[in-house]
Ligand binder design. Structure first.
Ligand SMILES: [Mn+2]
Length: 318
C-alpha cells in the first residue's frame, strides 16, 4: 500500500475510535509537537475526544507558541482506544508503553515501524510535510492553526530552510501554508529569534568555550551542568547557539556536547556540506537525519566524549 491508501485506513480507524491520543516524542521539537498539534486540530474537527500526549514534562518553553500547547498532557490516557505517534523514530521515543492500537507517522530513515499502520516517508524534510501531503491527498482543509503547526515543523526541521534537503517541495508547502494563514513570521521569531536572558547568558559562556577543529571544518561546543546552573538556561537553549555556529565561514559540521544531570553526555550533530550525521550518531546508538542527528553517551566525561566523537566525525567528513 502507498502512504495515501494507508492514510485512508488511518481515517477509518479514526472514525471508529472513541478516544484518540496524539503522541509527540520525548524531549519534543517543533516538528513533533507541530505535526501532533495539526493532527489534534483535525481530530477535534471530527468531534473526537483527543488527548495531546508527550511523556516529557519539562518541554522547551520556546515551543509554547504552538497551537494546543496548553492542552499537552504527560500521562498517557488509559481510556484511549487509538494512538497516533508523530515524528517518533523508535518505540523508545514514545516515552511510555502504549497498549492500544498505534499509528506511526514519521520521516526518519530507519524508523522501527512499530505501529499497526506505519506511514514513513524518509524523503520528507519534516513529519509535518508527511502529514501535510496526506491532508492534501485526502482533501482535508487547513485552518490557520493547522497551517501554523505544520509550518513550524517545516521551518525547524529544515533548519530555517538552510538544510541540504530544502527544495521546491518544501517551498511549495510553505506557499500553501502561508496562504492558509500560517503565522510564518511568528514561527520564525519564536523558533530562531526569541531568547530568554538566561539563554543569552549561556550563549556568552558557550561562545567563550567554543573551538574550531580539523582545520576549521568542525565547530565544537561544550555545555557543562555548571554552565546551565549558572545561567539558569533550559537545556534546549544550547541548540540555538549550535545553529548560529554554522554561520562560521569555514564550517562543514558542528557538534554540541552537553553534560546531563545524571553524568551522561548528550551529543547533537549538524552538517552543511551533505556529510551524513546519521552514520556518526548511529555509531553511538543514536539517530536522526543526514543534516541533523543526535546521540547519548552514558557514563562519560566531557574530554573522553570529545575525543571519540571528533574521531568519528573527522572520518565522516574526509
Ligand atoms: Mn522531524
Amino acid at each position: 500500500m502507498g502512504n495515501s491508501e494507508d492514510f485512508g485506513a488511518v481515517l477509518e480507524k479514526i472514525y471508529a475510535a472513541d478516544h484518540i491520543a496524539v503522541v509527540a516524542h520525548i524531549n519534543p521539537d517543533a516538528d513533533s509537537l507541530g505535526s501532533a498539534s495539526a493532527m489534534y486540530s483535525l481530530l477535534l474537527r471530527l468531534h473526537k475526544k483527543v488527548t495531546f500526549f508527550c511523556a516529557t514534562e519539562n518541554i522547551d518553553p520556546r515551543l509554547a507558541f504552538l497551537p494546543w500547547f496548553d492542552k499537552l498532557r504527560h500521562r498517557f490516557p488509559v481510556s484511549a482506544d487509538l494512538a497516533i505517534s508523530l515524528d517518533c523514530g523508535s518505540k523508545k521515543r514514545l516515552g511510555t508503553e502504549i497498549k492500544c492500537p498505534l499509528v506511526n507517522i514519521d520521516h526518519h530513515a530507519g524508523n522501527e515501524a512499530y505501529g499497526e499502520i506505519n506511514i514513513i516517508d524518509d524523503t520528507a524534510i519534516s513529519t509535518t510535510q508527511v502529514l501535510y501531503e496526506l491532508f492534501e491527498d485526502h482533501g482535508i482543509k487547513l485552518n490557520a492553526k493547522m497551517a501554523t503547526s505544520l509550518y513550524a515543523g517545516l521551518l525547524d526541521d529544515s533548519l530555517g530552510f538552510l538544510s541540504e534537503k530544502t527544495d521546491a517541495r518544501a517551498f511549495a508547502m510553505a506557499a500553501v501554508l502561508s496562504k492558509a494563514g500560517a503565522d510564518t513570521r511568528g514561527c520564525a521569531i519564536e523558533l530562531f529569534e526569541r531568547r530568554s536572558l538566561a539563554a543569552m547568558r549561556l550563549k556568552g559562556m558557550m561562545l567563550q568555550e567554543m573551538s574550531l577543529v580539523h582545520n576549521g571544518d568542525i565547530v565544537l561546543l561544550r555545555v557543562t551542568q555548571e554552565m546551565l546552573l549558572q545561567s539558569g538556561a533550559h537545556a534546549a537553549d544550547c541548540e540555538a547557539v549550535l545553529h548560529e555556529s554554522m554561520g562560521l565561514p569555514t564550517i562543514k559540521a558542528a557538534v554540541l556536547l552537553r553534560e546531563r544531570r545524571d553524568g551522561s553526555i548528550k551529543g547533537s550533530l549538524r552538517s552543511l556540506d551533505g556529510s551524513d550525521m546519521v552514520v556518526v550518531a548511529n555509531s553511538f546508538g543514536g539517530g536522526g537525519h543526514s543534516a541533523s542527528a543526535g546521540f547519548e553517551l552514558p557514563f562519560t566525561n566531557m574530554a573522553d566524549a570529545e575525543a571519540v566523537v571528533l574521531q568519528k566525525l573527522k572520518k565522516e567528513l574526509s
